[in-house]
Design a protein around this ligand. Structure first.
Ligand code: TYD
Length: 207
């Protein structure tokens, strides 16, 4: 039996990392086997590409170069790690995947969905997840909750306008890909959001 790929998406500061940690604890307590990876990264080569993409010193990187690097990291991760695991019937969770490229490069950078689709067609034949959990919290609320935006890496340094475009992009994607997108309201407590995630995974027959 073919495995399932479930992805996590959302804007910066929505509590995605915390939710993934809570999910891991839950899966462990229920003895559910899974593999967790992340994008960009997740494999030796892809992690090296990640370092180039997120390096603050690479301030002259063009939008096209950025989109191609994300797609390269994805191509490597998918072929080397994710696809073999899915072929082996495993459950794979990925912290960000192709929808991040649609939202960040397609919408926010302004390259357009068609450009990003074309690039990812070469990279991964537009291989889509079985389910995408979109943690829905507008950037202003997310930054207020965590006391300001991080200025850690190259992407986090982009301004509020950029993050709002990412957010609008995700809302559009949730409509375009409504069959696999689950919009999770992330405005409540972390326990409430966690419960919504578990319910969504159960409802969609993932766990
Ligand atoms: P990361 O530190 O993993 O961010 P987060 O904790 O928010 O997931 O950095 C990944 C950054 O790369 C993040 O700002 C989103 C961005 N990104 C894209 O712009 N396009 C992509 O295709 C992917 C996978 C990520």
């Amino acid at each position: 039996m073919k495995g399932k790929l479930v992805t996590f998406e959302g804007c910066e500061g929505v509590g995605k990392s915390k939710q993934i940690t809570l999910l891991q604890e839950y899966l462990k307590s229920k003895n559910i086997q899974y593999y967790l990876t992340r994008e960009p990264g997740g494999s030796k080569v892809s992690e090296k590409i990640r370092n180039i993409i997120l390096d603050k010193n690479n301030s002259t990187m063009t939008d096209e170069c950025e989109a191609l690097l994300y797609a390269s990291a994805r191509a490597q991760l998918l072929k080397e790690i994710v696809k073999p695991k899915l072929d082996n019937g495993e459950l794979v969770f990925c912290d960000r995947y192709i929808d991040s490229s649609f939202a960040y490069q397609g919408y926010a950078r302004g390259l357009g969905l068609e450009f990003v689709k074309r690039v990812n067609d070469y990279a991964v034949s537009n291989f889509m997840p079985d389910l995408t959990l979109f943690l829905n919290l507008p950037p202003e609320q997310a930054f207020k909750r965590k006391g300001g935006a991080d200025a850690g890496d190259r992407l986090e340094q982009s301004g509020m306008e950029f993050h709002n475009k990412v957010y609008q992009g995700y809302l559009d994607l949730a409509k375009i890909y409504k069959d696999r997108f689950v919009v999770i309201d992330a405005s409540g407590t972390k326990e409430q959001t966690h419960n919504k995630i578990i319910n969504a995974l159960k409802e969609h027959g993932i766990i």
